[in-house]
Design a binder for this molecule. Sequence first.
Ligand SMILES: Nc1ncnc2c1ncn2[C@@H]1O[C@H](COP(=O)(O)OP(=O)(O)OP(=O)(O)O)[C@@H](O)[C@H]1O
Ligand SMILES: [Mg+2]
Length: 327
Amino acid sequence: MSDPVIETIDLVKKFRDVVAVNKVSFKVMRKEIYGLLGPNGAGKTTTINILITLLKPTSGQAFVDGIDVVKSPEKVRKKIGVVFQDPSLDVFLTAYENMYIHGKIYGLGGKELERRIKELLDFVELKPFADKVVRYFSGGMRRRLEIARALLHDPDILILDEPTLGLDPQTRNKIWEYIKVVRKERGITILMTTHYMDEAEFLCDRISIMDHGRIIAEGTPEQLKSIIGSDVVLIKFSDSQKPMCLDNDLDGAIISCRSVSGNRVELVVRDAVKTLPRIFEEYERKGLVIEEISYRRPTLNEVFIYLTGRELRDSLEDQPRPIHRWR
Ligand SMILES: Nc1ncnc2c1ncn2[C@@H]1O[C@H](COP(=O)(O)OP(=O)(O)OP(=O)(O)O)[C@@H](O)[C@H]1O
Ligand SMILES: [Mg+2]
């Protein structure tokens, strides 16, 4: 295996009594898309800020392309392109001017800078808006411009902090597409954070799930799902019946159960095929009629629930609901 392009070793960052990052160690290999996935306050941005040399760690080490981020911050900055979680464009300048100033900061100029700006604005489909003031751009256009700007100095590594936060589904898909193309065509290594599990699953080769400053699991999306070693069963009851979880776990066959919208319950079970007949039987015994039943592989959200007992999602629709756990 090649050397890691990004490596953190027991990274710790404390803000007074808050331990934002707690002994975080991970490696990102060349041309990998690696995700830090976790809820608000998990420590994702703090980890990123150490790697991009904006913050010094309290203890531990971090390396970018073998360069120590504390000892040689300038060298690290040349290697990386960054899209910050919070918008960082000058909204009173045009798209072109935002790119131009960034290029100048990185020591670019002349025809070469002009060529790169045009090429990258074209890549994110903003060429027709090059001379428009950014204030009038939509959230998606701004994000695309930030991605183009991060690529301007031709970095080996792209760091994206919540690249699609707050964007509509269509715009998110576009940005996902750019990220995939950037890796494929430019051979760039990408480290990104997200709290959207679908985003992590779609984009990332490997993921670290973070919670309360710690990495609680790491692996490919499939490896993470196999932590549960189980399936998710969805049961819909008839409208006249209140959805309910069973009061026993069928000898350990059911790992957890929670009620979800649409008069349904969702069960995490060890083996759906074996357990379904028993679930039917048990509900029948209780006099409850199942209208519909289906099963699927777990999502990363279910992995997170399994590991922490909490939901990872944070949209209104996905507010935490009571969860029954037997273990
Ligand atoms: N400058 C700071 N001073 C004090 N506490 C901070 C500071 N920056 C972050 N924290 C705290 O550190 C913890 C981790 O924050 P961080 O921003 O790294 O989380 P995150 O995973 O990026 O969350 P989000 O999804 O909301 O962006 C939080 O409890 C946060 O309040
Ligand atoms: Mg953050």
